[in-house]
Design a protein around this ligand. Structure first.
Ligand code: SF4
Length: 353
């Protein structure tokens, strides 16, 4: 491809001048780079940095992480979403330490770990040991599609394959880690989705889309027609003698292994009668005095919109000891458990206002 060498040189020069001072940039420790990469998979840098500092403070190395509990790790992940990422990290740490291994820094070993795909393995190995691996994230797709005017859709297997081949051809012979980070940073802060800084761009001398004036239409993406699923979650605050009842969510759909309040998912609005029947048949709570509606929250996830209704349940007596479905927790320590963001937010409001 024409201009391959010039492209990587321009990116490396740009990175030298514009490198962001991010906490994980001052280390080659693959464990720390791994933590940063997993956090940033679905998160903006501004939000992710806070989580990175907290995570590293709590779990400074693989050994500490391997000795932690699922609840501890999920608590530090609370609010970040995609909680399976945190579970995978914990399981990887346990597995590696069981075999007396350190966290790997090479692609072949990294790709074997759960939750690490081609992008993450390439990023860690190139950053830590300049392994000749190319990274392809949303920012890289955008830069490459514009500079080389590629009209293949980036969200189709055929398009991905073409981009994958191109980025490998563009790799420089050295400073691979800097080049990869530079390319991602360049896309994230210079060749941005909206209003890229084209007139003040060192790459514009070779940028085809800039010359053709078709930047707005690059990259090409086939529209996803998937309709978001709408769900109604009714959560019950059952407070009794300074305790609250909660459960661990085991469903595979969302928030697996986090804690939640007793839940009734419904197709439509529910009545007090339905609530009483549900609590009686599922948890054997029979002596209910009242069910009071407290609040509705709308919570958007990538593929689902949740209508969350909180209800307060007052009961004369609660006898659950042998049921095993609900966990009785003192009110003062309930927030030590990891909850999905909308629930912890509401519990905070409920308990402290
Ligand atoms: S000229 Fe514009 S579109 Fe081309 S690389 Fe630079 S910022 Fe991106």
């Amino acid at each position: 491809m024409k201009n391959n060498k010039l492209f990587s040189k321009l990116i490396l020069n740009w990175y030298k001048k514009n490198k962001r001072d991010l906490p994980w940039r001052n280390t080659k420790d693959p464990y720390k780079i791994w933590v940063s990469e997993i956090i940033l998979q679905q998160t903006q840098i501004s939000q992710g940095t806070k989580y990175y500092f907290n995570f590293i403070k709590k779990f400074p190395d693989l050994k500490t992480l391997s000795k932690s509990t699922e609840s501890d790790v999920l608590k530090s992940w609370e609010g970040l979403g995609y909680y399976s990422r945190a579970i995978n990290m914990l399981n990887n740490a346990k597995l590696l330490k069981k075999h007396n291994r350190d966290f790997p820094n090479n692609y072949n070993e990294l790709i074997e770990l759960k939750g690490i795909g081609d992008y993450t393995a390439a990023a860690i190995s190139s950053i830590c040991k300049d392994e000749k691996k190319a990274v392809l994230d949303g920012n890289v797709f955008r830069v490459i599609s514009r500079v080389f005017n590629i009209s293949e859709p980036i969200n189709q297997p055929s398009g991905k394959k073409i981009f994958q081949e191109i980025i490998y051809k563009l790799l420089p012979t050295k400073k691979i880690g800097d080049y990869n980070q530079g390319l991602m940073d360049f896309g994230s802060i210079h060749c941005t989705i909206k209003k890229p800084k084209c007139n003040d761009c060192p790459v514009n001398i070779i940028c085809k889309s800039y010359k053709l004036k078709n930047i707005e239409s690059r990259p090409v993406k086939i529209k996803n027609q998937a309709v978001k699923r709408i769900r109604n979650f009714n959560y019950f605050i059952i407070e009794f003698k300074k305790n609250i009842y909660m459960q661990k969510r085991l469903e595979n759909d969302i928030w697996k292994n986090l804690y939640e309040l007793p839940l009734l998912e419904s197709k439509k609005k529910i009545t007090k009668q339905i609530i009483k029947k549900f609590l009686s048949s599922n948890f054997r709570i029979t002596e209910i005095i009242d069910c009071v509606f407290l609040k509705k929250i709308n919570h958007k996830l990538s593929h689902q919109n949740l209508n969350i209704f909180f209800w307060k349940i007052s009961a004369k007596k609660i006898k659950l000891e042998n049921e095993g479905k609900l966990l009785k927790t003192p009110l003062k320590s309930v927030l030590n458990y990891p909850f999905p963001k909308p629930i912890s937010k509401y519990l905070n409001e409920y308990l402290f206002t």
